[in-house]
Design a protein around this ligand. Structure first.
Ligand code: SAH
Length: 223
């Protein structure tokens, strides 16, 4: 008997891998049912290409094109959970990367805008969204530290690259009552994941946990 996609043994194995993946998320603090359901629907294996593809269901960051990384699934889950996305929200993601995080947000929000400084990453993520029939994501090549003034303001903003401080234009493009989650700190050191909530008077800041992300870099990339 050959192990093809129709082979029940192969699909048993897949189901077990998926169960282990979800168990790892829960044991690392991702408990929000809506977030877990969205993460169950989005196959991380499609967003990791080449030699690392078979490690897609492990809880670790992995290399993607343009020298960037797809974040660790538990960190994706914890950030998504902290963002408290509701089905009517318009969300901005800065740092499309593989498109994995955006695809998860698309299951939770009404509309997702995602930007990356590399055109290649935006193009490849866009192809995956089409292939997966996800129609509520707009992927744009741009320097995300300026946000998207024409599409904003946003209910939620998620930044997946580390800045030294929350960029001013992103704070400005957050609606009153809105939430932004982002890593802040020096690029080569341990950074802090911060949750910013805009209230009537200004902004509340809450420090969530130490994280490590690639840096937020100015301008468009070469690829
Ligand atoms: N969210 C991604 C992982 C992002 S890695 C995923 O789910 O796979 C961080 C990404 O931020 C990289 O792709 C990098 O190119 C991008 N980035 C860095 N600085 C940026 C900037 N100023 N504007 C837009 N994207 C930026």
């Amino acid at each position: 008997m050959t192990a093809g996609p129709e082979d029940p043994f192969a699909s048993d194995e897949l189901a077990e891998r998926k169960m282990r993946f979800l168990f790892a998320l829960r044991s690392r603090g991702v408990t929000d049912t809506r977030v877990l359901t969205a993460m169950e629907k989005v196959d991380r294996g499609l967003f990791v290409r080449g030699i690392f593809a078979d490690r897609a269901y492990e809880d670790m960051p992995l290399p993607i094109a343009c020298g960037q990384t797809i974040s660790q699934p538990s960190v994706v889950g914890l950030m998504t959970q902290a963002l408290q996305v509701s089905p009517r929200d318009t969300v901005l993601e800065v740092g499309t990367g593989s498109g994995y995080q955006a695809a998860i947000l698309a299951h939770l929000a009404r509309r997702v805008y995602t930007v990356d400084r590399y055109r290649r990453l935006v193009r490849e993520a866009g192809e995956l969204f089409r292939q997966l029939d996800i129609t509520n994501i707009t992927a744009i090549a741009a320097d995300g530290s300026f946000g998207l003034p024409d599409q904003g303001p946003f209910d939620r903003i998620l930044v997946t690259a580390a800045a030294e401080d929350p960029p001013g234009p992103l704070l400005e493009q957050l609606k009153p009552g809105g939430i932004m989650v982002l890593p802040v700190g020096q690029s080569d050191a341990v950074q802090s994941l911060i949750k910013v909530t805009r209230n009537a008077r200004g902004f509340d800041y809450e420090e969530l946990r130490p994280v490590r992300f690639v840096p937020l870099v100015e301008g468009l990339g070469s690829e």
